[in-house]
Design a protein. Structure first.
Length: 440
């Protein structure tokens, strides 16, 4: 396996950009594929997840041309994908898998979706149930991949009230509703990232969003063709969170990350950092393609512990691994709850974080849907262990960051998984001054 280790680093400094937002990249590729006309995309993510999605869309008859700067997607209309005898291999991407299951509900043919070992273990029941209600025939074993799905020309509209806050499930149902004869309603008790709603509005879908008390009500009427648009994608906020966090815990460090997506449903992590006494500054705010973009500067900080509730965790689900690392360096106790969805990510992240932090001599108490982390304070993290990543890119990157400010090196058992979201992570970190090397 491709093992890497990180060691204590003197300082991290530089002005950089991170790859385009992966969530938006996957959504616009799929929506562009079923729109009328050619969608032109700037800033598309270069992750393996996105590369696999492009391959699959091409297998389904979509013409996609990619250059260094621009990606062009020639749409085929909502029900215009063509069948393929080949399996649709999704790699490690739970997002792309769920989104594709949603869009395949509108196609009158059979398709088989599969992924790597990690993805094939992830339970899809919470999505399979509403998609079956919409008319899709879905065959699988124990609600896991491989999944064989047969769509239907006109899906049934449904009323769906979320149990688990999941932007992926919400988006898949919205995609499945695009060819429904009628109104599909989704009730979000806890709001999740809204990139899908923004893109659907931009491409001309008949979608309305209202709030009632603390609930978000999304209504979409199907059978309205989407129109291609030009889209510019900002930097991936989750990638920026990991890189920037490294500056917070290493001495004499300052990293400025430019043109990051600053969507209100995604910046919860930065609000949490401010409450943890982090020295961060957001500047140069502007709007691009209906999304907020800005620059973020991170400086060395003395962090303090914080407790996160369910609503906060729902809006920073991808940042919980790096939050847990920062909590270890903070003074005082930190905790989070309401992380049920974390158990069904690339790994069971509650379990992965508990194991890794414990090995690094951090006192951690595991709860049913969260962790309590007893902070050791700055300059008191031991490290000196090998971390099992469970082929989870966010676990791998988080613990490499931890090693940059630990007394002893931290080894991760497999760095290949990082390519699923952030292929140039190690190179970028080294250029900033990070002491990360391949273990021979």
């Amino acid at each position: 396996m491709n093992q890497f280790c990180s060691k204590i680093s003197n300082s991290l400094n530089g002005n950089i950009e991170v790859p385009g937002d992966k969530s938006i990249s996957q959504r616009i590729l799929i929506l562009g594929s079923i729109a009328i006309g050619t969608t032109k995309i700037k800033g598309l993510s270069s992750s393996d997840d996105v590369k696999n999605l492009i391959k699959n869309l091409k297998l389904l008859g979509v013409k996609i041309k990619k250059s260094k700067i621009l990606t062009s997607v020639s749409g085929v209309g909502i029900g215009g994908l063509i069948s393929t005898k080949k399996k649709l291999y999704m790699g490690n991407s739970g997002t792309a898998t769920r989104l594709m299951l949603g869009i395949l509900c509108n196609q009158n043919f059979e398709a088989k979706i599969t992924g790597d070992k990690s993805l094939n273990k992830r339970n899809m029941y919470e999505l399979i149930k509403p998609l079956r209600q919409m008319g899709a025939q879905i065959n699988c074993k124990n609600n896991n991949l491989p999944i064989i799905i047969r769509g239907y020309n006109e899906t049934m509209p449904i009323f769906y009230e979320q149990k688990i806050p999941s932007a992926q499930i919400k988006s898949a149902i919205l995609f499945a509703s695009l060819n429904s004869q009628g109104l599909t309603t989704i009730i979000e008790k806890i709001a999740t990232r809204n990139h899908t709603e923004i893109l659907l509005k931009k491409l001309g879908a008949e979608i309305k969003i209202n709030k009632f008390k603390e609930k978000k009500i999304i209504k979409i009427t199907g059978q309205k063709e989407l129109k291609a648009r030009s889209i510019s994608i900002g930097g991936d906020l989750s990638a920026a969170a990991i890189v920037g966090s490294a500056a917070l815990i290493t001495p004499k460090s300052q990293i400025k990350i430019k043109k990051v997506n600053m969507n209100k449903t995604r910046i919860t992590f930065f609000n949490v950092l401010k409450k943890m006494n982090a020295n961060i500054k957001i500047s140069n705010n502007k709007k691009k393609s209906s999304e907020q973009i800005g620059d973020i500067t991170f400086k060395s900080s003395n962090l303090k512990g914080i407790h996160l509730g369910k609503k906060i965790v729902a809006n920073m689900i991808d940042e919980i691994p790096i939050f847990s690392i920062l909590a270890a360096f903070a003074s005082g106790n930190s905790s989070f709850c309401g992380g049920e969805e974390l158990k069904n990510k690339e790994s069971n992240r509650i379990k992965s974080l508990y194991e890794g932090l414990t090995l690094c001599k951090i006192k951690v108490i595991k709860k049913l849907d969260g962790l309590q982390i007893i902070g050791n304070g700055k300059n008191n993290i031991i490290g000196g262990t090998k971390i099992k990543t469970y082929y989870d890119h966010r676990i791998a990157m988080a613990f490499l960051v931890m090693g940059l400010a630990s007394k002893k090196k931290i080894i991760i058992d497999n760095a290949d998984c990082i390519k699923t979201s952030f292929p140039n992570f190690i190179t970028l970190m080294r250029n900033l001054g990070a002491n990360i090397s391949k273990r021979k």
